[in-house]
Design a protein around this ligand. Structure first.
Ligand SMILES: *Cc1c(COP(=O)(O)O)cnc(C)c1O
Length: 342
């Protein structure tokens, strides 16, 4: 029972069939029909003119920020954002991009969090050029940015000539949970990403959507980063299959995560939030070390990941059943039952 990440999904038989049958060509020559089909489909779903099929979510974020953040300006984001915590410093290391962060308790960002940090005029302060929002919020229990808050932020950006990058690695999870469309969020951003390799279940790949002019530039920069690929239609076919067949079923993952958390709550009500918004359960380990909890549950066949010295994470996805989510929660509860809140 491996709950470490929704990136652990294995392509299904039907997805493998689609991959095997995909017509392919050299994508650096723009001659892969399946990659083109995926990019067209992704652009439409995300509410933009064009899209680019990227190797990873990190690469899509790199290209999105590179397009938006003017040289020597800053991008604002939540301090728990994936772009600052989990992308190996890429934006600073490769593109010289500086971040400045606000803090949230629950991962839900509002305009009130952001506005005080914005420096519009520059002068002797670093000028803000871009705001970054992550939906859902990986390191905050898969929190959803409600469309209303997000729309307010997007409007503020537009009114003040700021760009908005939406890290939509798990945007489909947010949309399924709130019965909104990918375009409801996507079209309001200057650039938006969507991971195909998380809960959507494709083996590789992330889409970046924006204007055609932006995507043309991103395509060049992707090649510069070593991300130009050849007969990638094999992978794009998996992405198309994922978009066609694996969006609605994310609701099952959300249910699984809730069932997992329900079990934990029985033994350690302080360890998890009151409700689980999507497919990620962030678990406080209280007086126990996260490393110890991970070892103890592993002895009983359950794999979790560490997020901090006293925080672990369980994620539900295509590869774990409802029953396994309940069982995984029970095992975790049996270990946390010996802990005290910190
Ligand atoms: C997974 C993830 C990414 C991208 O990750 P890759 O491993 O580079 O594909 C970006 N943002 C968020 C919020 C993520 O969870």
């Amino acid at each position: 029972m491996d709950f470490r990440s929704d990136t652990l999904t294995q392509p299904t038989q039907a997805m493998r069939q689609a991959m095997a049958q995909a017509p392919v060509g050299d994508d650096v020559f723009s001659e892969d029909p399946t990659v083109r089909a995926l990019e067209d489909k992704g652009a439409e779903l995300l509410g933009h003119e064009a899209a680019l099929f990227c190797v990873s979510g990190s690469m899509a974020n790199m290209l999105g920020l590179w397009l938006n953040v003017d040289y020597g300006t800053e991008v604002l984001c939540d301090q728990k954002a994936h772009i600052v915590r989990a992308e190996m410093g890429a934006h600073a290391a490769l593109h010289g991009i500086q971040t400045k962060s606000w803090t949230t308790d629950d991962g839900v960002s509002t305009l009130e969090d952001i506005e005080p940090l914005v420096s519009l005029t520059g002068g002797f302060l670093v000028r803000t050029s871009t705001v970054e929002i992550e939906n859902t919020m990986n390191f905050a229990s898969g929190a959803i940015q409600p469309l209303e808050n997000y729309t307010q932020i997007a409007k503020y950006c537009q009114d003040n000539d700021l760009r908005l990058h939406l890290d939509g690695a798990r945007l489909a999870n947010a949309c399924v949970a709130t019965q909104t469309s990918l375009a409801d969020y996507g079209k309001q951003a200057s650039t938006v990403s969507l991971c195909l390799s998380k809960g959507l279940g494709a083996p590789v790949g992330t889409l970046l959507a924006s204007t055609k002019a932006n995507i043309d530039q991103a395509r060049v920069q992707r090649k510069r980063l070593g991300g130009g690929w050849r007969q990638a239609g094999i992978l794009a076919a998996a992405g198309i299959y994922a978009l066609d067949h694996h969006i609605k079923r994310l609701a099952e993952d959300h249910e699984g995560a809730s069932l997992f958390a329900d079990q934990v709550r029985v033994a350690a009500p302080w360890a998890v939030t009151e409700s689980i918004p999507t497919n990620i359960v962030v678990i406080q380990t209280g007086s126990l070390d996260a490393d110890q909890v991970i070892l103890d549950v592993a002895q009983q066949g359950v794999k979790l990941t560490k997020l901090g010295p006293h925080i672990v994470r369980a994620v539900s996805y295509l590869g774990v059943s409802r029953e396994q989510c309940i069982e995984g929660g029970k095992v975790t509860a049996s270990v946390l039952g010996q802990a005290n809140p910190r």
